[in-house]
Every structure is written in C-alpha cells, then in structure tokens.
Design a protein around this ligand. Structure first.
Ligand code: KIV
Ligand code: NA
Length: 279
C-alpha cells in the first residue's frame, strides 16, 4: 500500500469518504490494522487498560507511550500513526506540550499526536501546529479528566452542554487541529457539529454522522472473556478471546496426552545413528 499522508486524509474528507481509525498498541495489533486497510492507527493511552492492565489512563507515562508507539510504527510502515499525549505531559504549558510532542515524533515515530481538551487547549494546539506537528484534538468525553467529569458519561446532552462541545470543536479547529475525536456525544449533536466544521470529526460513541469512526481494537475484536463490561458504543466484531482460549486449551491437552509434538513437528534422525548413539 502507498504511504498514507495528511493529504490522503484531507482528500477523503473532501469527498466525504468515512475515515477508518482503530487503536493499536504493539507490533501485531498494528500489523493487522494496516493489513485491514485502516487509514489511521491510533496509539491511544487506552493501552493503559488493554496492554498494561491498569485501571485507567492516569498512570501512563511518556516513556510508556514511546515504547508502544515505536512497536506500532514498526508494524504499520504505510500507516498514518497518531499517538496520544498522556495525562500530565501537555497541560502545564504549550512549551511542555511541544517538548512531549517532539519526543513522540522523533522517538515514537508517530505522524501526529492527539491531546484531550477543547478551547482551553487551543494554545497547546496552536504551538504544536506552528512547529509543524499535526494535532488531532479530542473533545466531548475526555477520559483523562474522568474524575472531574464524574466518570464516563455522555457529554453534550443539554443545550448548554452541546453548545460547549460546539465551542470546543470550533476552538480546536481554529487553533489548527487537523481533525478531532468526538467521544460520547449524542449523534444529532455530533452530526450538527461535523457540518459546521472544515476539518474531519472522528466519532466514538458519537453516531454515524461524523467524518470517521474510531474504536479500541481489543474491545471491538473481543479480546476479553464474554460478560466483561463494554461501553454501549462498542460493537464486538470478533471473538479473539474465544479463539485464543480454544487454541491454548487444545495445546495444553495435546501436551498432557503427548500427542504434541507429532512427527511433523519433530526433527528426524536416521535409525542407524540413533542406534549407534544409544550404544
Ligand atoms: O486512548 C484511546 O484509545 C482513545 C480513543 C478511544 C479515541 O483515545
Ligand atoms: Na486516549
């Protein structure tokens, strides 16, 4: 596949073709996402939960992100890779944001960074944009602020809350963001906001009126036992957990009854050598 650039993404947006985005956190998850034709591969800080087993994203460090970004970049050579700036690595000042973003590009090998926040993050977005670093904004439900938001809740439900999301969307666009993730916002609001913008919106829990969609790969592929809580907006497209479990259980059983390894998985030796060896 030809290398995907910001020009490709802008052209897709112009012709109203939905932009497909999925997260990846390591080499194999990036490799399969690229083969599936995903336009953007997002190294989201959701890797806290899906790759590191943490409770939420607040413990993730820039070094954690860099490790995962590097692995993803090696797995998706033609992809457009966006890496999340983790909590604490950009809020303090535009300079802090730029320092972190530069590391993400130089060391993490990402093509763009994502940061959470609306109008209040406009100075950060402007600073990065002026330095030639592409920024994907993230508005609506911003998980790094879950404590302040009182948990994972739909944003923009009332008229005033919806106006706040619109104000954020316009502010991040005007600051130079090349697009924005809109998370957990009623479909009608996200669609109306999308129509008022000149940059793409990437929805997650924001209905099908956005310019593209994003999901966390391990959620949508079913890497967890059935019954685990998933947000309403996740559709489970595969059963990776079930497939992995079947394979591992079959292997275990084969080892226990010595049917693995079979002759096909074993190096042969001519009988006379063996006889000689055993003498
Ligand atoms: O961290 C993440 O995976 C994200 C997406 C869900 C947008 O930010
Ligand atoms: Na994230």
């Amino acid at each position: 596949r030809k290398k995907l650039t910001i020009a490709t993404l802008r052209a897709m947006y112009q012709r109203n073709e939905p932009i497909t985005v999925v997260t990846a956190h390591d080499f194999p998850s990036a490799h399969v996402a690229e083969h599936a034709g995903m336009e953007i591969i997002l190294v989201g800080d959701s890797l806290a939960m899906v790759a590191m087993g943490l409770e939420d994203t607040s413990e993730v460090t820039v070094d954690d992100m860099l490790l995962h970004c590097k692995s993803v970049a090696r797995g998706a050579k033609s992809g457009f890779i966006v890496g999340d700036l983790p909590m604490g690595s950009y809020e303090i000042s535009p300079d802090q944001a730029l320092q972190t973003a530069i590391r993400m590009v130089k060391e993490g090998r990402v093509h763009a960074v994502k940061l959470e926040g609306g109008a209040e993050m406009a100075p950060q977005i402007a600073k990065l944009t002026q330095a030639g670093i592409l920024v994907l904004a993230h508005i609506g439900l911003t998980p790094q602020r879950q404590n302040a938001l009182g948990g994972f809740r739909v944003q923009g439900k009332s008229t005033s809350a919806a106006l706040k999301v619109l104000e954020d969307a316009l502010a991040v666009q005007d600051a130079g963001a090349f697009g924005m993730v809109i998370e957990a916002v009623p479909a009608g609001i996200a669609e109306a906001i999308t129509k008022k913008l000149r940059v793409p919106t990437i929805g997650i829990g924001a209905g099908n009126g956005c310019s593209g969609q994003v999901l966390v790969q391990t959620d949508m592929l079913g890497n967890y036992p059935p019954g685990r809580f998933l947000p309403k907006f996740v559709k489970r497209y595969a059963d990776v957990w079930g497939e992995s479990l079947r394979g591992l259980e079959a292997y275990r059983s084969d080892v226990k009854d010595r049917s693995f390894p079979a002759p096909e998985q074993t190096y042969p030796i001519p009988e006379e050598h063996l006889v000689e060896f055993k003498r």
